[in-house]
Design a protein around this ligand. Sequence first.
Ligand SMILES: [Zn+2]
Length: 322
Amino acid sequence: MKRSFWIGIICAACCLGNIPSSSAVQTASIGSTFSCTFLDSGDQGFFDSSSTHTWDQGQIDAAIRALSTWDSLINSTPGRTLTVGLTWYDGANSSTLASAYSPYFYYKSNGPQQVSTLAESVWRDGSTRAGTGYDIYIQCNTAHLSSLYYEDALSPEHTGKYDFQSILTHEVGHTVGFLSLATQTGSFQVQAGNTPAAYSTMLYTRYDSLLTNQEGQSIVNKAGNGNTAFTLGETLSLDDTGLTAYNPPTWQQGSSMAHIDSASDPDALMQYSLSPDTYHRTLTEGEMELMRSMGWNMVPEPCTSALALLGLAALTLRRRRF
Ligand SMILES: [Zn+2]
């Protein structure tokens, strides 16, 4: 019997729920790849929470540039247009700049299995599968509104602001594959049901399937045999890209494993935090290679990485997670 479960992946937390219809009026299309809806204050946003801020033109333009970057890097043909809901939440006292979500599904009731997000399924694999809400959600934290930089031009000045375009480009990356179902206990998420629908299944992502330890063993295969798959702090490589996963000795929920260790690629778009006056607006060569390993058809020539790297040393303490 075919089973279908919907579970969320988000940069900082996991969620379950239904998505009400939206009354937002601001929309934008990016080719035939994305149809974006900018959810204003009061519009039903991420699941049952309303957006808490109204998008201004500078913010919308930065979001369109971020999505256009992905559209220009990926040559895979989507099975249908992807819908993107962009929303705001009040996350006072949180250092999280933004988070992202694309639903995934699984069928088997037991045994390890790989899951794909809806974005991967539709865009990478050409599926026409329909979702119940937006295919991609991006929610931004209003707590950092006054610290965001929206302009297209890179500022050579030390303004102390976080580049909104970099943030959104990063968040889209989570929905198209930079995500992990590894857990704090050194294994992978297990979904279980009670009788009469008893089941138990270990889930992992395509990204997870590329993680190997320094002995060259796949950690997904290790977990599938009931062993501890990895230890916190262990160096884990991502295929033969030269990249390693961010796996600090102390587990960081929402950050660990789902990001690139900046020690392996200082310019990585998908590193776990961003410094003010720093711009990571596109994928590095290593990240392009990782996307190919994850099954994507990427443009032949990788774009220039690291457009600018300013004021890093002095501002390390002000890095923010995303
Ligand atoms: Zn992130």
